[in-house]
Design a protein around this ligand. Structure first.
Ligand code: NAD
Ligand code: TYD
Length: 352
């Protein structure tokens, strides 16, 4: 790949996207990095104040479904590759409004692929399309076993079905048109800047406000957790060194039962907040289970480890402490992202 790259990062104002943008802007001052984001409820430019004045960083607001605008931007910046993270990303919202997930994740990805195919043909370049996806496309596991890159797709929520569909489109563009693509399927991320609808920041925010902690079902579901900066590092590596047409699974080697994770978080928050009476654990409430709640996710990431030398660098204890410190130091960020529309969603999802 040439050293004068221009990479369009979609969804760069979101949780994972902002960490990817920051990493690439700082690591590759000679590149042009374009953050293309619609700024939905989940996108927030406050996530990137530290890089916004760098000469190699550009922000463009828009929708991945807007093929004309995307085409113009590809030409304007002579884009050499795309890292695609823009998506609707929350399972509970996909249960409430599945079609918005089809619109963004399926149609949006297909539109982006098509406009990139036409642009690269016209420009005579072999630009790479990197699709950032989830392990949820593989469905759920029982108490044993791991997802590998050869596990058959078996999505069970509207979110994972939309991501599985977009993965198929990306692969189809490789097989049909020879587009140089890579896909990664990653487990649950946590860290600074995550919207407080997801488990860890939702619990941190509720503890901070002395609100109940809603644990679905019996809290027995298991997720594998990865610190977001480790994911950004893996994305950087796969974008530059991954093989065309390949899929890489990314995992954190940290499987936890939800209830154990929440209890650990309560202890960390008790210490950090200097709670004098009782424990945040007193706020835990077991609530109605999520429909179609996947039992367990666990990742075999030996392919990226053996082929590209990546392993997660941050252990869960360190990552969780850093995450809690960030949220406690950034009250204003939380208050800003929790606007009226999020409050309405929260009331629909959890009641008063
Ligand atoms: P997020 O919800 O925090 O951010 C999504 C971003 O996409 C937001 O900035 C939003 O404004 C933008 N966006 C939404 N619709 C858009 C559109 N039509 N056009 C342009 N921009 C649009 O999501 P996230 O958690 O950062 O996830 C990023 C990607 O990584 C997603 O594709 C997700 O499926 C995938 N992923 C997430 C996780 C996780 O644990 N969060 C794990 C594995 C994979
Ligand atoms: P989430 O952060 O929504 O990620 P995903 O559904 O993509 O794995 O949820 C992580 C786990 O936490 C999942 O098993 C559902 C559970 N959960 C709760 O128990 N309570 C909550 O309020 C939320 C948002 C999630």
């Amino acid at each position: 790949m040439s050293s004068t790259q221009a990479i369009l990062i979609t969804g760069g104002a979101g949780f994972i996207g902002s960490h990817v943008v920051r990493r690439l802007v700082n690591q590759y001052p000679e590149y042009t990095i374009i953050n293309f984001d619609l700024l939905t409820y989940a996108g927030n430019l406050d996530n990137l104040t530290d890089v916004e004045s760098k000469p190699n960083y550009h922000f463009e607001k828009g929708d991945i479904n807007d093929m004309e605008l995307v085409g113009q931007l590809l030409r304007k910046y002579n884009v050499t590759g795309i890292i695609h993270l823009a998506a609707e990303s929350h399972v509970d919202r996909s249960i409430e409004d599945p079609l918005s997930f089809v619109r963004t994740n399926v149609l949006g990805t297909a539109s982006l692929l098509e406009v990139f195919r036409r642009y690269t043909k016209e420009a005579g370049i072999n630009g790479r399309f990197y699709h950032v996806s989830t392990d949820e496309v593989y469905g759920e596991l029982g108490d044993t076993g791991y997802f590998t890159e050869r596990t058959p797709y078996s999505p069970r929520s509207p979110y994972s079905a939309s991501k599985a569909s977009s993965d198929h489109f990306v692969r189809a563009y490789h097989e049909t048109y020879g587009m140089p693509i890579v896909i990664s399927n990653c487990s649950n991320n946590y860290g600074p800047n995550q919207f407080p609808e997801k488990l860890i920041p939702l619990m941190i925010n509720n503890i901070r406000n002395n609100k109940e902690l809603p644990v679905y079902g019996e809290g027995a579901n298991i997720r594998d957790w990865l610190y977001v900066e480790d994911h950004a590092e893996a994305i950087d590596l796969i974008y530059h060194k991954g093989k065309d047409g390949e899929t890489y699974n990314i995992g954190g080697d940290t499987e936890l039962k939800n209830i154990d994770l929440v209890r650990t978080l309560c202890k960390v928050m008790d210490e950090k907040m200097g709670r004098l009476l009782g424990s945040a654990e007193d706020l835990i409430r077991f609530v109605k289970d999520r429909a179609g709640h996947d039992h367990r996710y666990a990742i075999d990431f030996s392919k990226i480890k053996n082929e590209l030398g990546w392993t997660p660098a941050t252990d869960f204890k360190t990552g969780l402490a850093k995450t809690v410190d960030w949220y406690l130091a950034n009250d204003a960020w939380i208050d800003h992202v929790i606007d009226g529309s999020y409050r309405q969603y929260y009331e629909r999802q959890y009641g008063q």
